[in-house]
Ligand binder design. Structure first.
Ligand SMILES: [Zn+2]
Length: 190
């Protein structure tokens, strides 16, 4: 998005309460009555890879391993404040991995500037996310997505993203770690 378009969106983003506005833009197609209302099936989300073994680690163990803010997002479904993540401005080539179990979830080539204040992607690494229907908001059913290995909550996906998928994976930066090209990816947590 160019700067002018971003600034046009800014007042709407700033005026809205962070929690209710989570990952929303003023784009009419993103309205609660818009297409894809809670319908993960209407969006071409790649299915989970059945060969990835789930990591059954108790929540208490994640609480011990992760700093509190990351734990709250990943395992209590908290939403970080918009524009709070340094990953918003991360433009290097590299890989975004789950901040809990380290499974790679997104590549930088699929990142775009949505103007929402959250790191946004148009495609995950196929098979590495799962989805659920999120009915926590009174006016809208949303599609939640999470790391398929550890079930750590990442964000919500909306049908108003750019080509080629038309999807917008709106991610909490706290739920991801970034590794630039050339850096070794961390070992998967077990
Ligand atoms: Zn994970």
């Amino acid at each position: 998005m160019n700067r002018a378009a971003f600034l046009r969106r800014l007042p709407a983003v700033l005026a809205a309460p962070a929690l209710l506005a989570a990952c929303r833009t003023e784009d009419p197609s993103a309205s609660p009555s818009g297409m894809g209302r809670g319908a993960a099936g209407a969006m071409a989300i790649p299915p989970p890879d059945p060969t990835i073994a789930p990591l059954a680690k108790p929540k208490s163990e994640w609480a011990r391993l992760l700093e509190r803010a990351r734990f709250d997002v990943l395992f209590n479904h908290a939403t970080e404040p918009p524009r709070s993540s340094p990953l918003n401005d991360e433009k290097r080539t590299g890989t975004f991995v789950c901040a809990a179990c380290h499974l790679p979830l997104f590549r930088s080539a699929a990142k775009f500037d949505s103007g929402t204040g959250w790191p946004s992607f148009f495609d995950p690494i196929h098979g590495h996310i799962g989805t659920t229907e999120d009915t926590s908001l009174p006016y809208e059913v949303r599609t939640e997505y999470h790391c398929v290995r550890c079930t750590g909550h990442q964000g919500h996906v909306f049908p108003d993203g750019p080509p080629p998928t038309g999807l917008r994976y709106c991610n909490n930066g706290l739920a991801l770690l970034f590794f630039a090209e050339g850096q070794a990816l961390p070992a998967l947590r077990t």
